[in-house]
Design a protein around this ligand. Structure first.
Ligand SMILES: [Zn+2]
Ligand SMILES: [Zn+2]
Length: 266
């Protein structure tokens, strides 16, 4: 059992102490835990949101490195980061990330055209196409980010707040392009169990995951995106069973940007 995407108090939107995150994971018998706090340089260019506190990277790196020494005999702990991609912040991220020895980097879209898509007013007076097409184009663009990322985050994040369902059939061409490029680039798709208001148990949904498999996708991982202790590994069994039903056999856990394949047991 693993969790490839979690947040501690080094993220502006979590109050969970790093030690509590790790001891919660140990208590749940996780084999592998990636701590992947937010690097939100995209929000420095955001036009529709208040300033977001930025991560103290040196302090974060030191804390996770020390935690690895403290807890390494009890679970496989990985030092990661979730980097919010935007064209405006791409160069800044590339420079900063190169100074650290991450086990994994998660590449995320939280803003579209420098607007925060978590802000409910973003959706006012927008049609389904006006919401999903720019989002999918932003995800597609982020795949070319010049950072050594491993995981493509929460494909469908926009549906946490959007008043429409996020379905493969509605944008099959765009989905095929994105999924094929993830496969070509050797990147890993995550299944994220943090769905907020969306009418689904996870992102991307089963229809999109099915297509990923049909196109030859194999690299997959589980992500709770937990910001609180009770959400660590949330819906793991449900998501593992969904992945197995589609023919996936492993979840990847990254160390030093190399994937260890964890067999999906029931
Ligand atoms: Zn995210
Ligand atoms: Zn996250």
């Amino acid at each position: 059992m693993l969790d490839s995407h979690t947040h501690s108090a080094y993220s502006a939107d979590s109050k969970m102490p790093l030690d509590e995150l790790i001891t919660t994971a140990i208590g749940l018998n996780l084999d592998y835990l990636a701590v992947t706090d937010h690097m939100d340089r995209d929000f420095l260019f955001c036009t529709n949101c208040k300033p977001v506190a930025q991560i103290d990277l040196p302090a974060y790196a030191k804390a996770v490195t020390e935690a690895k020494a403290r807890y390494g005999d009890r679970l496989n702990l990985a030092f990661g980061i979730e980097c919010g991609y935007s064209e405006a912040s791409a160069e800044m991220c590339k420079k900063e990330l190169s100074g650290y020895d991450f086990d994994l980097i998660i590449n995320s879209i939280h803003t579209v055209k420098n607007e925060d898509i978590y802000t409910p007013s973003y959706y006012a007076k927008k049609t389904k196409d006006e919401i999903f097409v720019p989002y999918l184009n932003a995800v597609d663009e982020s795949l070319d980010a010049e950072i050594p990322y491993d995981i493509v985050a929460h494909l469908g994040y926009i549906a946490r707040k959007a008043p429409f369902e996020f379905r493969y059939a509605d944008y099959d061409g765009l989905f095929d392009r994105i999924l094929s490029r993830i496969i070509q680039k050797g990147k890993c798709l995550e299944i994220n169990s943090h769905v907020k208001f969306a009418k689904t148990d996870f992102f991307p949904g089963i229809d999109i995951l099915k297509r990923y498999r049909e196109l030859g996708g194999e690299l997959l991982t589980f992500s709770s995106d937990a910001h609180q202790p009770y959400r660590v590994a949330e819906k793991y069994n449900l998501i593992r069973d969904a992945a197995k039903s589609l023919g996936f056999r492993y979840f990847a856990g990254y160390k030093g940007h190399k994937a260890t394949m964890y067999t999906l047991l029931s």
